[in-house]
Design a protein. Structure first.
Length: 318
């Protein structure tokens, strides 16, 4: 075979491969007129190479992000360097439908794009190539993983019975509030809440009824909170609340309102009415408190005094 024949064969094979490869290939001239449009682009756009050759890309596809894409292409012409556009930066450039069976839930094809400068024989950059990779599988998997991780993160902060924060996350809220006080001197109050004679409720009505009482208190507590407050289930029938920008007197208004609302409410369990009260201990931040655990222990002591004084009371730590 002569050298010419061999070169012709190679060219023929290359053209075949360009047409059938599972990657989009487009060549544009300096005015963004289409010079090459391969089989992948035809299959996904429904536009054949013959009907599009010589047409301006942006006139043919008005949905393209023209000014953004032109800016990228101009820098490729100017700097003679390739540029890479990731799906994470922009999910797609060409709006193609996704037909993949595994990731069928994605409405469109996620794409990674390479913009490649093409030089003429004299070394001038006269054309640019757009290479389109279908990365829908990778993108969908990554997005699903991200969403699962976010759900896990959320679950690891929440108490299953009450939907309040769990102890660990609530304690981190409290520590953050204490740090804010140390740095900026912002007022804040800590409230510890304990259900009165809860053992008796469990003994008299059963454990599931006790659980329902805990949920009921958590619900009334949530109703009483502001968005900036942080409430958690500290233990079995004990709750903690961090009230930011709140003095002890204001915290007392909050706890008395909540205490009276709980006292006036009732829980129905298997056609029986359960009445319940809570005791509350309050501790506001001042310079004598040197750690978040001291802050907590003051609120606990106030709660103990409330229990000692007959329960169904709010007490401020002195
Ligand atoms: N139903 C239910 N009971 C729980 C849960 N966690 C803890 N308890 C019960 O809560 C009760 C707490 O009782 P105590 O600490 O003795 O206090 P109390 O009976 O509430 O009495 P005072 O706090 O002194 O008013 C115990 O009987 C625990 O078994 C829970 O998640 N569900």
């Amino acid at each position: 075979m002569s050298n010419d024949q061999s070169a012709m064969n190679e060219l023929h094979w290359l053209i075949d491969m360009v047409q059938t490869i599972e990657v989009g290939l487009v060549v544009l001239d300096r005015d963004y007129n289409i010079q090459l449009w391969n089989g992948f682009m035809e299959n996904h756009s429904g536009v054949s190479p013959n009907s599009i050759k010589g047409d301006n890309l942006f006139e043919k596809f008005p949905g393209l992000p023209a000014s953004w894409l032109k800016q990228k292409m101009e820098s490729v012409f100017l700097l003679k360097n390739r540029t890479f556009i990731s799906w994470e930066q922009r999910p797609y450039v060409f709006q193609f439908k996704n037909y993949r069976p595994v990731t069928g839930r994605a409405d469109f094809m996620f794409q990674n794009i390479t913009l490649l400068p093409l030089a003429s024989l004299t070394g001038q950059i006269t054309h640019i190539s757009i290479i389109v990779y279908d990365v829908t599988d990778i993108a969908v998997n990554k997005l699903q993983l991200k969403s699962a991780n976010e759900q896990l993160e959320q679950l690891s902060q929440i108490d299953g019975l009450t939907q309040l924060y769990n102890r660990r996350h609530w304690q981190s809220c409290m520590e953050k509030e204490f740090d804010r006080y140390s740095r900026y001197g912002d007022a804040a109050s800590l409230v510890m809440i304990d259900i009165d004679n809860f053992k008796r409720i469990n003994d008299e009505y059963g454990h599931p009824a006790g659980d329902k009482v805990i949920q009921h208190i958590a619900y009334l507590l949530t109703q009483a909170l502001r968005e900036t407050d942080c409430a958690g289930r500290y233990g079995g029938e004990e709750f903690g609340v961090v009230l930011s920008k709140t003095t002890a007197e204001d915290a007392l208004n909050f706890t008395e309102r909540l205490r009276k609302r709980i006292e006036a409410s009732e829980v129905t369990f298997e056609n029986r009415l359960i009445k319940v009260t809570v005791s509350l201990g309050i501790n506001d931040l001042d310079s004598a408190i040197d750690s978040s655990s001291n802050w907590l222990s003051g609120a606990d002591k106030a709660l103990y005094v409330a229990k000692q004084q007959g329960r169904n009371k709010s007490i401020i730590y002195k």
